[in-house]
Design a protein around this ligand. Structure first.
Ligand code: EAX
Length: 323
C-alpha cells in the first residue's frame, strides 16, 4: 500500500517535471522596430501563444531585422532555421508567385476593402497556397497603404516622380509599376534603407506612415506625398514542418494567436494613419496630403493593363468587387 502510493507520488512528480520542462522555444522576427505596428503584432502573438498553450511554447521576438531582412527571414522559415516570421508581402512573390496579385497598385479602395478581401474567401484561399512551398501561413495582417517620400522635391503630380531614384522592395510587381511612373528603381532590403537615404544612394523610398514613423525616415527625407499608390499586406508565416508537429489544439492556438496579433496590428496602423501626418509635419517633413490620385491611376493604366493580362482580369475584378 505504502509502496504503491510512493510509486504513484513519484511518477506524478516525474510527470510534472517532464511537463514543466517540455517547453519549446521558437523565434519570430520583423524588420521594423518593436515600437511599431509590426512589433505589436509579434508581441501580441508571442503573449497569446504562451497563454493559449499553457506556457508549453515560448516565442522569442526579434526586431529591426536583427535576424536579417524580410527575404532572408522568409528563407529561414522555409528552411526551418527559424520557425516564424512576420513580413510584408514585399519579398513573398519570390516564394509564392500567386501572392503577386495583392501587390497590384490601386487595387484596394481603402483599408476596409483590403481587410475584407484578406479575411474573406480570396485571402483564405491564398493562405493555403503557401503550404506547397514549405510554409504554414497563419494569418494575414497589415503593413498599410504606401506613400512616397524623397529628399529632392515635393511630389504633387506623377510627372514629379520622373527620374527620382527610389528604393523599392524586392517585389517584381512594385518594380514594374514604379518604372511606369518613370522612377529609377533600386530594390534593396529594408535594413539598408535608412543608410541609403542618409548617404544619398537613393533619393527616396515608399512605405506606409507606420513604417516611415517607426524607421524615423523623417530624419533623412524632406518630402512626403500621400499617394497611397499600393496597399501592402503583411503575413504571419511559420515553417510547415514545425507547424505539423503541433497537436491539433496547439495548431489552433497558433492560428488564434496570429489573429489576435492581426487585431492589434491593424488597430496600430489605424492609429498611425490618424496621427502620422501631424507627427511627421511636427518633425519637419513637408507633407502633400491632397494629391490627385486619379492622375496617378491614369499614368499607370498601361502597366495595370499588363497586370490584368498577367494575373487574369477576372481575378483582379473579383478582388475589386469585394464590398
Ligand atoms: O515591412 O521593406 C519594406 O519597405 C517594408 O514595408 C518594411 O520592411 C516593413
Amino acid at each position: 500500500m505504502k509502496l504503491s502510493k510512493l510509486v504513484l507520488g513519484l511518477s506524478l512528480a516525474l510527470g510534472f517535471v517532464a511537463a514543466a520542462s517540455a517547453q519549446t522555444t521558437m523565434k519570430i522576427s520583423i524588420s521594423t522596430a518593436q515600437n511599431s505596428h509590426q512589433g505589436i503584432a509579434i508581441d501580441t502573438f508571442a503573449k497569446e501563444v504562451e497563454k493559449r498553450t499553457g506556457g508549453r511554447y515560448k516565442i522569442q521576438t526579434f526586431y529591426n531585422g536583427a535576424l536579417g531582412g524580410e527575404r532572408e527571414s522568409i528563407e529561414a522559415v522555409q528552411l526551418g532555421t527559424q520557425e516564424l516570421a512576420f513580413s510584408s508581402t514585399g519579398p513573398v512573390p519570390n516564394f509564392v508567385p500567386e501572392a503577386k496579385i495583392l501587390d497590384v497598385p490601386f487595387l484596394f479602395r481603402d483599408k476596409a476593402h483590403a481587410r475584407a478581401v484578406l479575411d474573406g474567401p480570396i485571402g483564405q484561399e491564398m493562405l493555403v497556397k503557401f503550404d506547397a512551398k514549405g510554409f504554414k501561413a497563419l494569418a494575414w495582417a497589415e503593413n498599410g497603404f504606401r506613400h512616397m517620400t524623397n529628399s529632392k522635391r515635393p511630389v504633387n503630380v506623377p510627372e514629379d516622380l520622373k527620374g527620382l531614384k527610389m528604393r523599392t522592395m524586392e517585389n517584381p510587381v512594385h518594380i514594374a509599376a514604379y518604372k511606369g511612373f518613370g522612377i529609377v528603381t533600386t530594390p534593396m532590403a529594408f535594413p539598408e534603407v535608412f543608410t541609403a537615404l542618409q548617404q544619398g544612394t537613393v533619393d527616396g523610398q515608399e512605405n506606409p506612415l507606420s513604417v516611415i514613423i517607426s524607421a524615423k525616415f523623417d530624419q533623412v527625407q524632406k518630402h512626403l506625398s500621400l499617394t497611397g499608390h499600393v496597399y501592402s499586406p503583411a503575413i504571419f508565416l511559420m515553417n510547415k514542418a514545425a507547424y505539423e508537429k503541433l497537436s491539433a489544439a496547439d495548431k489552433q492556438a497558433f492560428i488564434d494567436a496570429a489573429k489576435e496579433g492581426t487585431k492589434a496590428n491593424r488597430a496600430r496602423v489605424d492609429e498611425d494613419d490618424a496621427k502620422g501626418v501631424a507627427d511627421l509635419r511636427a518633425k519637419g517633413m513637408t507633407v502633400i496630403d491632397n494629391v490627385d490620385k486619379a492622375k496617378f491611376v491614369t499614368v499607370l493604366a498601361p502597366v495595370n493593363a499588363e497586370f490584368e493580362k498577367q494575373f487574369g482580369k477576372a481575378n483582379i475584378d473579383r478582388i475589386r468587387a469585394v464590398k
